[in-house]
Design a protein around this ligand. Sequence first.
Ligand code: B3K
Ligand code: ZN
Length: 885
Amino acid sequence: MRTEQPKMIYLKDYKAPDYLIDETHLTFELHDDHTLVHAQLVMRRNPALGSDLPPLELDGQELELLSLALNDRALGEADYQLTDSHLTLHPDSASFVIDSSVRIHPETNTALEGLYKSSGMFCTQCEAEGFRKITYYLDRPDVMSKFTTTLSAEQHSYPVLLSNGNPIASGSEEDGRHWATWEDPFMKPAYLFALVAGDLWCVEDSFTTMTEREVALRIYVEPENIDKCQHAMDSLKKSMRWDEQTYGREYDLDIFMIVAVNDFNMGAMENKGLNIFNSSAVLAKAETATDAAHQRVEAIVAHEYFHNWSGNRVTCRDWFQLSLKEGFTVFRDSQFSADMNSPTVKRIEDVAYLRTHQFAEDAGPLAHSVRPDAFIEISNFYTLTVYEKGSEVVRMIQTLLGAEGFRKGSDLYFERHDGQAVTCDDFIKAMEDANGVDLTQFKRWYSQAGTPRLQVSEAYDADAQRYTLTFKQSCPATPGQTEKLPFVIPVELGLIGAQGQALPLQLEGEAAAGADTRVISIDQAEQQVVFFGVAEQPLPSLLRSFSAPVKLSFPYSRDQLMFLMQHDSDGFNRWEASQQLAVQVLEELVGQQQRGEPMVMDQRLISALETVLADEMLDPAMVSEMLSLPGEGYLTEIAEVADVDAIHAAREFAREALAQALYAPLWQRYQAYREVSRNSPYVAEAEHFARRRLQNIALSYLMLTGKEQVLEACLEQFEHCDNMTERMAALAVLVNSTHTEARAKALASFAEFFKDNALVMDQWFSVQAASTMPGGLARVEELMQHPAFNLKNPNKVRAVIGAFGGQNAINFHQLDGSGYRFLADQVITLNALNPQIASRLLSPLTRWRKYSPERQALMKAELERILASGELSSDVYEVVSKSLA
Ligand code: B3K
Ligand code: ZN
C-alpha cells in the first residue's frame, strides 16, 4: 500500500544506472511460514559514468533485513539508510560485493507479485517490478546480470526445484530437505528471474535446433493435469521451428521449461528458460477446453517462446520501452497464428478486437502513446495500446518495407543488440539502416496517442480517364496531447470495376499500369492520389488487410458494400464490407428504437448474409465471421453517446430477424456439421475449428426462433458431444434462452460433472456472469457464494466479476446504478488483496464519458467513492484519478 503521495515517473528523466551487477548469487530457503533469501551481488561502478562513488540505492519492498555486508564486512545501522522502498549504502571502491539476507512471506502474498504460493507450490512473478519484493536489488531492466540460484525446501512436499538456466548441482540433507542449484549463462535483468518449488509432474519431449542441438522440453503441472499438456507441447515445438524458419532465431539453452500455476495475474511470463503460465494458458484437451482455449494456448505458448529473442536476448532499457518487446512479440505471435490457421480469419479477429477494445482505450481518459512518457504504476501500462497497437505499428513497418526488407531489419536488430537493453528508437534505427530508409515521421506512431481518422473522398473524370482519391487525416486530442502532427499511414488499396474485376493501377510517374493492389503512404494532413488510365468509374477497396490502425471513412452506399462483399479480392475487406453494412443497418435500428418507432430491418443485410451462407465454397470460418454481427462493445465504441438499451435491443432484433429469415439454410448447415462432429473424433486443427464455429453460430441463431426441434438439437449436442467446444456452446445458448427448466438442469449437471476441474468451472461461471438475461447482478452475487468461487484466484475474478463488467452491458449498466456499485465494491475489496487485478477490473467504469448524463453521474460517483475509500494501491489510484481528471 502507498504511504506517500504516488509519484509520476517520466521517460525524460531516464538516467543510466550508477552501478552494475555482474553476478547475482541467490540462495532461497523455502519454509511453510517464511522464506529466507540470501543474495550475493558482485558489483562495480558503471564505467561509462565516471569514477566517483555516489551512494548506491537498492530497491526493496516488504523485506525484513536480517543482515548486510559490504566486501565481507558486516554493516551496522549507521552504515546504511533504510526506507520502505529503498536501501542506500555507500561503496568505498569501484568494485565490491554485497551480501544481504532477508526474510519474506510468500505464504501470505495475495498480490501474486514477487515470490508467492499457489495451490501449495512456490512460484514467482517479477515483471515488471516484483523482484524488489524478493531481495534488495537494482530492479530495472537495464541492469543485466549473470544469475546462479540455489533453492532448498522440504523434499516430500516440494520434490521439484526449478530456476532459470541449466541445473548444475543438487543434493539431499538429513532433515528431510533437499536443494538444487541452477545457473543461467545469459545475462538478464531481474524481471526475467524465476523460481518454482512444488509437487509437480512433467511431460517431456525434445527439439533438435537448426544447428542440430538437442533441447530438452518439459511442461510441469499438478499430477491430475498430466493428460492436458500435449497441445501445449505441440505448440511449443511448432513455435520453435517457426521462429527458426521465419526469423532465423534458434533457442539457446539446453532446456526449456513451462510450469502451469493456478493463481496468476495474467496469461503467462517469459522468464528465461522457465516460463511460468496461468494454467488456463497451458492445459487443453478436447473434453475440457474449447477450440478458442486451444487456440489461445497455442498463441500464448508461441508468444512467450518468441520473447526469448524479442525481450530476453534483446531487452528493454526502461519500462517506457515496453512495446519494444511486447508490440514486436504480439506481432510475431500473430504472424505465427496466421501461418498455423487462416491468415484472413486471424486478421479479422485481431482487427475486431483492436477496434472494440484498443480504440476505446485510445479514446478514453487513460489514452497513452505506444511508448508512454509518464506513469505512476508500470503495471497499469500492460495495455492494449502497448501490446495490440504496438503490434500494429510493427506491422505497418513490415507493410512499408516489404517482408524481405523487414527481415533484413530484424536480423540487424537482433545481431546489433544481442545482450543489450535498448529502446524503440534502436529498433527503428535497425529497420532504417538495413533498408536505407528514413522513418523519422513514422516514429510519431510511438509518441502520439489517439486513433487517427482518415476521411477519403473520390472524383472520377471520365474524359481524362482519371480517378482521384483525396485523403484527409486528423487525430483527436488525448490527455496531455492537444496538437497532433500527421502520421505516416500505409494504405493498401485496389480499384474494382463494375464487373467485379480488379482494375489495373497506374499512378503518377508510372509509364504503364503495374500491380493491381498497392501500398500508398499517406503522410500529409491532406493528400491526393491520382490514378491514370481508369476506363470506368471504379469502386475503391481501401485499407486492405487493415493496413493501418485508423478509423477510415468513405461514403459507401449499402449496395456498394454488398458489391464489395461479393467481389473484393481482399478477404479482409469482404468481411469489412459485411461489417460496415451491418453497422449501417444496426445504427438505423438503434435510431428507430430511440425514437420509439417500430424497428424495421433492411432486407439487404438478410439477402447479403443469405448469399454468404449459400456459398458452399466459402471457408466456414469466413462465413462465421460474416454472420457474426458487430458486437455491442464495438457499437458502443463507434457511437457518439452509447445508448446501452437501444444497442442491445437493436442487435437482438437483428439477430432474431436473421434467424427467422435464414432458418432453413442455418438448420441445414447445423445438422450437416453436427453430423460430422458426431461421427468423427475431435481434432484441434483450423478446419475443424472453423466447422464447429459455424455449427455453433448457427445453433445460437436457431435457438432464437424458439422452435422445439432446435431445443431438442441443442440438448442432444449438450448431452452427447465429446468435446467442450460443442458442450459449452450448447450451454451458452441455453443460459441465454428462456427455457428456464432446461437451463437449470444443464447448469446443474455440468457443475456436478466438472466440479473438480477449476478451469472448466471458470467457463461455467463466466457463461452465467455474461448472460444478458434479466437479473444479471443477482446471479453474479449468487455465483460469488458458490464453493468453487474464490476472490483470491484471478481466473475466478475474471470469470465472474470481469465477465459481468466487460461482457454484460445490459445488466452492468442498469439505470439504478447497482452494477456500478457492485463493481466499485469489488475493486475496493480487491485493492487490498491484489492491486493489479483490482486496477484491471476498473476498466468498464473508466469509460463513463461514453454514456448518457444519467449513467455518467452514477459511474463517476462510484469512481469518487473508490478514491475516497481509504489507502489505495498506486495501481488503483492511478486509474481512478486519471479517469476523473
Ligand atoms: N511479459 C509478461 C507480462 C508481465 C505483466 C506484468 N504485470 C507477459 C507477456 O506479455 O508475455
Ligand atoms: Zn509478452
